[in-house]
Ligand binder design. Structure first.
Ligand code: NDP
Length: 533
């Protein structure tokens, strides 16, 4: 899940965008490079948005949790509370699932024409466009990602995804199949029913779109659990969805933690489950699904993606691309290119330039213009990253730059580069989910293929070369769901995304995502008169 970084890069560097009046006033004080540590000591900028919705959304209504409990959602820039949010538990899961069940069994959504569903989704996309600024600000406030990234890349992609799925809604149909016997055989592609969806905090609105878009286009109803770190934007957009005519009960949003995900995964009345998060929790989800009603499960899990730089690569371009591949979104991407394999002939030059680039990375208040890297999501992730950095140094890798936290408040980490990294080190094996680049050396193509494939993850990979034979050989040999050749993090509504091995099951986005939310029913009718053939 991440964005078209290349496009983002060019957008951020275009003069037309910088002078645009669309952006907040404080942006006139844009930042300069080489000033990261000073910037995180400045007073946080007041976000240009208010929190409007912080309750559970069940059956089209905002309601308190049955227990009356609330929990804080934090500003990663300071660790301070943004607002309290209603905290769902098992009883609320039951309430939301029964609303979704009723909306599926009796309600208009699966029964209305596909064109009507498509029109509601298109109106939603239009309304999202009108609320783009608030949505970008909310996403930055709750998550810590740069406002420019949210505003210029993620919100437009959110809107694009809903238009894309609105386009699919009335193009979903079955087949007629030629049977050997005298029967007319047709297939009906039907919605599965109630979809439980558990989304993560790294791209809250995009993960909302990846999951809710195909589910609703196919005529299902949804109970969505946003990550407890970032519940605000899903509540906001779901309210907008109801304003454009989404019937009550079709989309229910229940923030919470501790028991909500597990209750959804094991619920007997949830017909399908989709989860994005860690491999460990993915296994629990799969097991709960198996032990309850055998609901089908889509999993988008962790990664440790190799980015392979061949000896013929343009080094300056490769350094920039490898940098954005790992540092984008504070390194909090499942597909982050976090194992950078560099050919031995260009390794030393690459290390110097990668280090120089990391030192130039602008870290600071994500609301500030020009900031490339904001804080990590929360203290848990922050501590996890610092632990991995320590383990990198202790295991003998060379710390080229960074390695420390930044500032006295919030969860800022210096962009960190390690060279002389070995495959056996934890920093080369585990998903760090932070701004840490590991540079590994290789000698030849067959060796790097073997080493790249030696991970139990298989989400994505990048190859940088001018040699078409090397590009073909490597991209076909890698056991991963996406290979980016001479590019990285290119996402599009039509490009499927998902993992091999322990990176998950199924594909999201593109035409493939529809299969996750459809049942195929065969209808077989005798042909009475063979002459019809
Ligand atoms: P987790 O994988 O633990 O996911 C947390 C979510 O899973 C919460 O919504 C939680 O809800 C739910 N959950 C927990 N246990 C269960 C269960 N048994 N059944 C169903 N749902 C469950 O992620 P974290 O946020 O703790 O992040 C840990 C690591 O995961 C990160 O460091 C990163 O490596 C990886 N990650 C990967 C992402 C990706 O894009 N693939 C995204 C985010 C994280 P509840 O508590 O209510 O059950």
């Amino acid at each position: 899940m991440a964005m078209a970084t290349q496009r983002l890069f060019s957008l951020l560097h275009s003069s037309s965008l910088r002078s645009s009046s669309k952006y907040p006033k404080y942006w006139k004080n844009g930042v300069k490079r080489f000033c990261s540590s000073a910037m995180v000591h400045e007073e946080p900028i007041t976000p240009p948005v208010d929190v409007k919705y912080n309750q559970l959304l069940i059956n089209g209504q905002f309601v308190d949790a049955a227990s009356g409990k609330t929990f804080p959602t934090f500003d990663p820039r300071t660790g301070e509370t943004i607002t309290m949010v209603a905290q769902a538990d098992t009883e609320d899961v039951n309430r939301a699932v029964s609303a979704a069940r009723k909306a599926f069994d009796e309600g208009p959504w699966p029964k209305m024409t596909a064109y009507e569903r498509s029109c509601i989704m298109l109106r939603f996309a239009e309304l999202l466009e009108k609320h783009s600024d608030e949505l970008a600000a909310l996403e930055t406030w709750d998550n810590g990602k740069p406002y420019e990234q949210a505003a210029n890349e993620e919100i437009p992609m959110l809107i694009r995804l809903f238009r894309y799925y609105a386009g699919w809604a009335d193009k979903i149909h079955g087949l007629t199949a030629p049977a050997d016997s005298l029967h007319h055989v047709q297939t009906l592609h039907e919605p599965i029913g109630v979809a439980g969806q558990i989304i993560p905090w790294n791209f809250p609105l995009l993960m909302f779109a990846w999951k809710v878009g195909p589910a609703l286009a196919c005529g299902n109803t949804v109970v969505l659990k946003p990550a407890e770190q970032t519940p605000l934007s899903a509540l906001y957009v779901s309210k907008l969805f109801h304003e454009v005519g989404l019937p009550p009960g079709v989309l229910n949003v229940i923030p919470g933690f501790g028991s909500v995900g597990a209750a959804l995964a094991s619920h007997m009345d949830v017909d399908k489950l989709a989860f994005t998060g860690s491999t460990e929790t993915g296994k629990s989800v799969l097991s709960a699904a198996a032990e309850s009603n055998l609901k089908p499960v889509t999993l988008e899990l962790g990664g440790k993606s190799p980015f392979i730089i061949c000896e013929d690569a343009d080094i300056d371009k490769a350094v920039e691309l490898a940098h954005s591949a790992v540092f984008f979104n504070q390194g909090q991407c499942c597909c982050a290119g976090s194992r950078t394999f560099v050919h031995e002939r260009v390794y030393d030059e690459f290390v110097e330039k990668a280090k120089a680039r990391a030192l130039k990375r602008v870290v600071g208040d994500p609301f500030k213009k020009g900031v490339e890297q904001g804080p990590q999501i929360d203290n848990e992730q922050f501590e996890k990253i610092l632990k991995y950095i320590k383990s990198g140094t202790e295991s003998g890798a060379t710390l080229e730059s960074g390695g420390e936290k930044l500032g006295s408040k919030g969860f800022y980490v210096q962009p960190t580069v390690f060279s002389n990294v070995e495959d056996t080190m934890l920093i080369a094996k585990d998903e760090i989910f932070g701004p840490v680049q590991s540079l590994l050396k290789f000698k030849d193509v067959e060796e790097v293929i073997r080493r790249a494939n030696s991970s139990h993850y298989g989400l994505a990979a990048g190859v940088f070369t001018q040699n078409i034979d090397a590009a073909n050989r490597i991209s076909r040999a890698l056991r991963v769901g996406t290979v980016w050749v001479n590019c990285f993090n290119i996402f599009d509504a039509a490009i499927p995304f998902g993992g091999y091995k322990m990176s998950g099951h199924g594909r999201e986005k593109g035409v493939y995502s529809l299969n996750n939310y459809l049942q195929v029913k065969a209808v077989v009718t005798p042909l009475k008169n063979p002459a019809w053939l």
